[in-house]
Design a protein around this ligand. Sequence first.
Ligand code: SF4
Length: 431
Amino acid sequence: MPPRPIVSPPRRITRSSLARFRYGDNSSGSKENSTPPPADIEDIIPNTTAIRKRKRTTTLLEASSTSPRRTVKTEEEVETKVTAPPASRRQRKPARKTVDAKTGEATVSAPSDWEEIYDAVKAMRSPGGVAANAAVDTMGCERLADTTTSPRDQRFQTLIALMLSSQTKDTVNAIAMKRLQTELPPHAPGAPPGLNLENVLAADAELINKLIWAVGFHNNKTKYIKQAAVILRDQWGGDIPDTIEGLVALPGVGPKMGYLCLSAAWDRTEGIGVDVHVHRITNLWGWHTTKNPEETRLALQSWLPRDRWREINWLLVGFGQTVCLPVGRRCGDCDLGLRGLCKAAERKKVLEGRKTRESTQVKKLEDDGSIVKIEELKEEETIEKDVVVNEIVKDEDKELLTTTNQFKGSPETSPKQRENVPKRQRKSNKT
Ligand code: SF4
């Protein structure tokens, strides 16, 4: 029987045996223990991130009349140290309701960046802005009344313009209004022709329908106009109602038309006229999540300062007609997209827009004559013909090539290519 190996019992771990690993303990004098204890991993890794970047710089030089344009383009490797975490994303908060715990009073806070957005849109809608010159500026319902007629007739015309405007473009609406203003016959001999209550009451429904045929739902609108004319004559003394209740009681008139009519015709703003543009765009911005224009109106009215109630319709309708289009939004031209204010901005368009804007700014400086951007002017390579090297040409193709060359000229007619052709072959080509 072989002798059993001697196994020493496991060493007992005691407090004193672990003491030699104690932080800062050099008492043992051993080499191992004399080295400082390892630092914490968080202390070892610095709070900086080194990013190697290849940076291309283009030098901007003073233009001078004597020196021609030069190209100075440098490329260097730059090491950037980022010590802080990236800036936090912009916080966007929609309109929100809060209830005061003490008083129980409910207040609605405005969306976090509404004023910045509002001012940016206003700047875009101003003369020279990207959203200036919208159809609504010249052909909006507020502008279609004939100013040569009496104030009462003008109010009536504004109401009719609004009744015609639903589901219809401003341009088409303006044409229909013009026809009514010029082609409606007078209700009595000697009376003025054109669009007024008396002429509408006297006119045949068929004639009105014919004059407004271009607008959407013209059959229904003709019916509503005739019915409304009777109500105005019988209940409102021949004028249009001066209350929102009276206006929305007319056939075919909803809150949007009612509030717009009240402010345009009577210069009284008691509510916001919310059409599809206002509803769509404010939802895109994340100001609220509403299902229809009426919900949007109530949401906006709960926090938007009253002095903007009239203006916002004009602002956003024009903005929706020119920049934030229902189909094909121009986010690359929109300041909201470029400044990162719109959460619905189309990223690709915005990036392209930023590039275009940067190059335009440089060009502007150039036009001033003060600074010239010097850029490497690369000679463009022009590929005239793909040359296949060592191609095996079949016999029939050779024949075809020869025939074609007779008509089109040999491919090796350029001076550079001619140099590569042996002299003997060049001679044969000539003959
Ligand atoms: S960035 Fe685009 S989606 Fe946003 S408001 Fe401008 S056009 Fe409309």
